[in-house]
Ligand binder design. Structure first.
Ligand code: MN
Ligand code: MN
Length: 285
Protein backbone atom coordinates (compact mmCIF):
# COMPACT_ATOMS: atom_id res chain seq x y z
CA UNK A 1 0.00 0.00 0.00
CA UNK A 2 2.81 2.35 1.00
CA UNK A 3 4.71 1.43 -2.17
CA UNK A 4 1.66 2.12 -4.27
CA UNK A 5 1.27 5.62 -2.72
CA UNK A 6 4.90 6.43 -3.41
CA UNK A 7 4.76 5.33 -7.04
CA UNK A 8 1.53 7.28 -7.49
CA UNK A 9 3.32 10.36 -6.16
CA UNK A 10 6.24 9.80 -8.58
CA UNK A 11 3.80 9.36 -11.41
CA UNK A 12 2.06 12.66 -10.54
CA UNK A 13 5.41 14.47 -10.50
CA UNK A 14 6.26 12.98 -13.88
CA UNK A 15 2.91 14.04 -15.38
CA UNK A 16 3.23 17.55 -13.94
CA UNK A 17 6.76 17.96 -15.32
CA UNK A 18 5.61 16.85 -18.75
CA UNK A 19 2.78 19.39 -18.61
CA UNK A 20 5.15 22.21 -17.62
CA UNK A 21 7.61 21.36 -20.39
CA UNK A 22 4.93 21.06 -23.06
CA UNK A 23 3.48 24.46 -22.01
CA UNK A 24 6.92 26.02 -22.46
CA UNK A 25 7.02 24.65 -25.99
CA UNK A 26 3.85 26.47 -27.00
CA UNK A 27 4.91 29.88 -25.65
CA UNK A 28 5.36 32.43 -28.43
CA UNK A 29 7.76 34.71 -26.58
CA UNK A 30 10.84 33.41 -24.83
CA UNK A 31 11.61 34.21 -21.17
CA UNK A 32 14.79 36.06 -22.07
CA UNK A 33 14.58 39.62 -23.46
CA UNK A 34 13.85 39.76 -27.19
CA UNK A 35 16.74 40.46 -29.53
CA UNK A 36 16.30 43.61 -31.64
CA UNK A 37 15.80 41.37 -34.68
CA UNK A 38 12.95 39.55 -32.91
CA UNK A 39 11.41 42.84 -31.75
CA UNK A 40 10.83 43.90 -35.37
CA UNK A 41 8.92 40.67 -36.13
CA UNK A 42 7.01 40.34 -32.86
CA UNK A 43 3.60 40.23 -34.53
CA UNK A 44 4.71 37.51 -36.96
CA UNK A 45 6.21 36.88 -40.41
CA UNK A 46 3.24 37.69 -42.72
CA UNK A 47 4.39 35.66 -45.75
CA UNK A 48 6.54 32.99 -44.07
CA UNK A 49 9.53 34.65 -45.73
CA UNK A 50 12.75 32.63 -45.51
CA UNK A 51 16.09 32.22 -47.27
CA UNK A 52 14.73 29.62 -49.70
CA UNK A 53 12.52 31.82 -51.95
CA UNK A 54 14.11 34.61 -54.02
CA UNK A 55 10.81 36.47 -54.21
CA UNK A 56 9.90 36.07 -50.54
CA UNK A 57 13.39 36.43 -49.11
CA UNK A 58 13.69 37.22 -45.41
CA UNK A 59 16.13 39.94 -44.36
CA UNK A 60 16.39 40.73 -40.65
CA UNK A 61 18.33 43.59 -39.14
CA UNK A 62 18.33 45.16 -35.70
CA UNK A 63 16.34 48.09 -37.15
CA UNK A 64 13.64 46.32 -39.25
CA UNK A 65 12.73 43.05 -40.94
CA UNK A 66 11.48 42.53 -44.50
CA UNK A 67 10.49 40.14 -47.23
CA UNK A 68 12.38 41.02 -50.41
CA UNK A 69 11.38 40.19 -53.97
CA UNK A 70 14.35 39.79 -56.30
CA UNK A 71 12.16 40.02 -59.41
CA UNK A 72 10.28 43.14 -58.22
CA UNK A 73 13.46 44.83 -56.93
CA UNK A 74 11.52 45.94 -53.83
CA UNK A 75 10.39 44.62 -50.48
CA UNK A 76 7.00 42.87 -50.37
CA UNK A 77 6.57 44.11 -46.80
CA UNK A 78 8.67 45.64 -44.04
CA UNK A 79 7.96 45.27 -40.31
CA UNK A 80 9.32 47.38 -37.43
CA UNK A 81 8.63 48.66 -33.94
CA UNK A 82 8.55 52.31 -32.92
CA UNK A 83 9.05 53.24 -29.29
CA UNK A 84 10.90 55.96 -27.44
CA UNK A 85 14.25 54.16 -27.50
CA UNK A 86 14.38 54.42 -31.31
CA UNK A 87 13.83 58.18 -31.36
CA UNK A 88 16.93 60.27 -30.68
CA UNK A 89 19.12 63.00 -32.08
CA UNK A 90 20.86 61.33 -35.05
CA UNK A 91 20.72 63.37 -38.25
CA UNK A 92 19.19 62.11 -41.48
CA UNK A 93 22.12 60.37 -43.17
CA UNK A 94 20.79 60.42 -46.76
CA UNK A 95 23.26 57.66 -47.68
CA UNK A 96 21.00 55.80 -50.15
CA UNK A 97 22.96 52.71 -51.24
CA UNK A 98 22.78 49.15 -52.55
CA UNK A 99 22.19 46.42 -50.00
CA UNK A 100 25.41 44.39 -49.79
CA UNK A 101 23.67 41.54 -47.95
CA UNK A 102 21.68 40.36 -50.99
CA UNK A 103 22.82 36.97 -52.36
CA UNK A 104 25.58 36.97 -54.98
CA UNK A 105 24.30 37.20 -58.54
CA UNK A 106 21.11 39.11 -57.75
CA UNK A 107 20.53 42.49 -59.37
CA UNK A 108 21.20 45.16 -56.75
CA UNK A 109 19.02 48.25 -56.97
CA UNK A 110 21.26 51.30 -56.63
CA UNK A 111 20.95 54.84 -55.34
CA UNK A 112 20.45 56.14 -58.92
CA UNK A 113 18.04 53.43 -60.07
CA UNK A 114 15.01 55.73 -59.58
CA UNK A 115 16.61 58.84 -61.10
CA UNK A 116 14.38 60.59 -63.64
CA UNK A 117 11.54 58.10 -63.17
CA UNK A 118 9.08 60.49 -61.57
CA UNK A 119 9.00 58.35 -58.43
CA UNK A 120 10.63 58.99 -55.05
CA UNK A 121 12.90 56.50 -53.33
CA UNK A 122 10.18 55.89 -50.77
CA UNK A 123 11.31 54.53 -47.42
CA UNK A 124 9.27 51.73 -45.86
CA UNK A 125 10.86 52.10 -42.40
CA UNK A 126 11.13 55.92 -42.28
CA UNK A 127 14.43 57.63 -41.61
CA UNK A 128 12.80 59.61 -38.79
CA UNK A 129 11.70 56.39 -37.00
CA UNK A 130 15.36 55.45 -36.53
CA UNK A 131 17.24 58.40 -35.03
CA UNK A 132 18.69 56.58 -31.99
CA UNK A 133 22.14 56.41 -33.62
CA UNK A 134 23.86 57.24 -36.91
CA UNK A 135 24.08 53.50 -37.63
CA UNK A 136 20.34 52.95 -37.05
CA UNK A 137 19.41 55.90 -39.26
CA UNK A 138 21.82 54.84 -42.00
CA UNK A 139 20.25 51.36 -42.12
CA UNK A 140 16.98 52.88 -43.38
CA UNK A 141 18.76 54.13 -46.55
CA UNK A 142 19.55 50.66 -47.92
CA UNK A 143 17.69 50.31 -51.24
CA UNK A 144 16.01 47.09 -50.02
CA UNK A 145 13.93 49.39 -47.76
CA UNK A 146 12.64 51.44 -50.75
CA UNK A 147 9.75 51.37 -53.20
CA UNK A 148 9.09 53.70 -56.15
CA UNK A 149 6.51 55.96 -54.52
CA UNK A 150 4.56 58.77 -56.20
CA UNK A 151 5.98 62.05 -54.84
CA UNK A 152 2.64 63.42 -53.63
CA UNK A 153 1.94 60.10 -51.95
CA UNK A 154 5.32 60.02 -50.21
CA UNK A 155 5.60 63.65 -49.22
CA UNK A 156 2.01 64.36 -48.15
CA UNK A 157 -0.24 61.40 -47.27
CA UNK A 158 2.53 59.01 -46.17
CA UNK A 159 4.65 61.64 -44.42
CA UNK A 160 1.56 62.67 -42.47
CA UNK A 161 0.84 59.12 -41.24
CA UNK A 162 4.52 58.63 -40.35
CA UNK A 163 4.43 61.88 -38.38
CA UNK A 164 1.23 60.81 -36.60
CA UNK A 165 2.89 57.50 -35.63
CA UNK A 166 5.76 59.29 -33.93
CA UNK A 167 3.34 61.68 -32.22
CA UNK A 168 1.62 58.67 -30.69
CA UNK A 169 4.99 57.55 -29.34
CA UNK A 170 5.74 61.02 -27.98
CA UNK A 171 2.34 60.83 -26.24
CA UNK A 172 3.28 57.64 -24.34
CA UNK A 173 2.37 54.89 -26.82
CA UNK A 174 4.42 52.34 -28.73
CA UNK A 175 3.53 51.19 -32.24
CA UNK A 176 4.15 48.04 -34.30
CA UNK A 177 4.12 48.86 -38.00
CA UNK A 178 3.93 46.66 -41.09
CA UNK A 179 4.05 48.33 -44.50
CA UNK A 180 3.76 46.61 -47.84
CA UNK A 181 3.00 47.10 -51.51
CA UNK A 182 1.69 44.95 -54.36
CA UNK A 183 0.52 44.99 -57.96
CA UNK A 184 2.14 46.83 -60.85
CA UNK A 185 1.47 50.30 -62.23
CA UNK A 186 1.61 53.63 -60.43
CA UNK A 187 1.36 57.25 -61.48
CA UNK A 188 4.28 59.49 -60.56
CA UNK A 189 5.24 62.99 -61.69
CA UNK A 190 6.10 61.72 -65.22
CA UNK A 191 2.86 59.80 -65.62
CA UNK A 192 1.90 56.13 -65.37
CA UNK A 193 4.60 53.44 -65.28
CA UNK A 194 4.67 49.68 -64.73
CA UNK A 195 8.39 49.56 -63.95
CA UNK A 196 11.53 51.71 -63.83
CA UNK A 197 15.29 51.09 -64.02
CA UNK A 198 14.95 49.31 -67.43
CA UNK A 199 12.29 46.99 -66.08
CA UNK A 200 14.29 45.90 -63.06
CA UNK A 201 12.15 47.66 -60.44
CA UNK A 202 8.37 47.16 -60.45
CA UNK A 203 6.27 50.22 -59.57
CA UNK A 204 3.66 48.99 -57.05
CA UNK A 205 0.01 49.74 -57.68
CA UNK A 206 -1.10 49.71 -54.03
CA UNK A 207 0.68 50.68 -50.83
CA UNK A 208 -0.70 49.53 -47.46
CA UNK A 209 0.15 49.89 -43.81
CA UNK A 210 -0.99 48.31 -40.56
CA UNK A 211 -0.28 49.94 -37.18
CA UNK A 212 -0.94 48.33 -33.81
CA UNK A 213 -0.91 50.86 -30.98
CA UNK A 214 -0.21 50.01 -27.32
CA UNK A 215 0.52 52.05 -24.24
CA UNK A 216 4.28 51.97 -23.71
CA UNK A 217 5.16 49.01 -21.50
CA UNK A 218 6.58 45.49 -21.31
CA UNK A 219 5.43 42.05 -22.52
CA UNK A 220 3.72 43.59 -25.54
CA UNK A 221 2.29 40.43 -27.08
CA UNK A 222 0.54 39.49 -23.83
CA UNK A 223 -1.06 42.95 -23.53
CA UNK A 224 -2.77 42.90 -26.93
CA UNK A 225 -6.54 42.48 -26.58
CA UNK A 226 -9.63 42.79 -28.76
CA UNK A 227 -9.80 46.49 -27.80
CA UNK A 228 -6.24 47.31 -28.95
CA UNK A 229 -6.22 50.05 -31.59
CA UNK A 230 -5.31 48.77 -35.03
CA UNK A 231 -5.12 51.13 -38.01
CA UNK A 232 -5.05 49.60 -41.50
CA UNK A 233 -4.92 51.63 -44.71
CA UNK A 234 -4.65 50.66 -48.37
CA UNK A 235 -3.86 53.40 -50.90
CA UNK A 236 -3.21 53.88 -54.64
CA UNK A 237 0.41 54.69 -55.60
CA UNK A 238 -0.68 57.79 -57.43
CA UNK A 239 0.27 61.43 -57.50
CA UNK A 240 -3.43 62.29 -57.31
CA UNK A 241 -3.94 60.44 -54.02
CA UNK A 242 -5.84 62.34 -51.31
CA UNK A 243 -3.80 64.02 -48.57
CA UNK A 244 -6.10 62.49 -45.92
CA UNK A 245 -4.78 59.05 -44.89
CA UNK A 246 -7.85 58.50 -42.74
CA UNK A 247 -10.02 58.28 -45.85
CA UNK A 248 -8.18 55.07 -46.91
CA UNK A 249 -8.87 53.11 -43.73
CA UNK A 250 -9.86 49.48 -44.17
CA UNK A 251 -9.66 46.20 -42.22
CA UNK A 252 -6.62 43.96 -41.83
CA UNK A 253 -8.85 41.21 -43.22
CA UNK A 254 -9.20 43.16 -46.47
CA UNK A 255 -5.42 43.56 -46.75
CA UNK A 256 -4.92 39.85 -46.03
CA UNK A 257 -7.40 39.04 -48.77
CA UNK A 258 -5.64 41.33 -51.28
CA UNK A 259 -2.13 40.07 -50.48
CA UNK A 260 -2.59 36.46 -49.38
CA UNK A 261 -0.59 37.19 -46.21
CA UNK A 262 -1.45 36.28 -42.64
CA UNK A 263 -0.83 39.49 -40.70
CA UNK A 264 -0.65 39.61 -36.88
CA UNK A 265 -0.15 35.83 -36.93
CA UNK A 266 1.59 35.73 -33.51
CA UNK A 267 -1.55 37.09 -31.80
CA UNK A 268 -3.77 34.28 -30.44
CA UNK A 269 -6.50 33.44 -33.00
CA UNK A 270 -9.59 34.77 -31.19
CA UNK A 271 -8.05 38.20 -30.52
CA UNK A 272 -6.37 38.24 -33.93
CA UNK A 273 -9.64 37.65 -35.75
CA UNK A 274 -11.55 40.33 -33.91
CA UNK A 275 -8.73 42.88 -34.41
CA UNK A 276 -8.55 42.06 -38.12
CA UNK A 277 -12.24 42.63 -38.76
CA UNK A 278 -12.26 46.17 -37.34
CA UNK A 279 -11.94 49.43 -39.31
CA UNK A 280 -10.36 52.23 -37.28
CA UNK A 281 -12.43 55.35 -36.56
CA UNK A 282 -10.01 57.05 -34.18
CA UNK A 283 -8.33 60.45 -34.53
CA UNK A 284 -6.00 61.00 -37.50
CA UNK A 285 -3.86 63.81 -36.06
MN1 MN B 1 8.74 58.63 -47.19
MN1 MN C 1 -3.92 37.33 -39.51
Amino acid sequence: MKLFTRSTRYLSILVLSLLVFSCEDTEVTPDRPLTLEEEQLLLGNPSQASDTDANNYLITRPQYALSYSRDRGTPNWVSWHVEQKWLGQANRQDDFRTDPTLPQGWYRVGPSSYTGSGFDRGHNTPSADRTSSVEDNSATFLMTNMIPQAPNHNRVLWADLEEYTRELVEDGMEVYVIMGSYGAGGTGSNGAMQSIDQGRVIVPNRIWKVLLVLEAGEDDLERISASTRVIAINTPNSNSVSADWGSYRTSVDAIEQATGYDLLSNIPPAVQHSLEAKVDTGPTQ
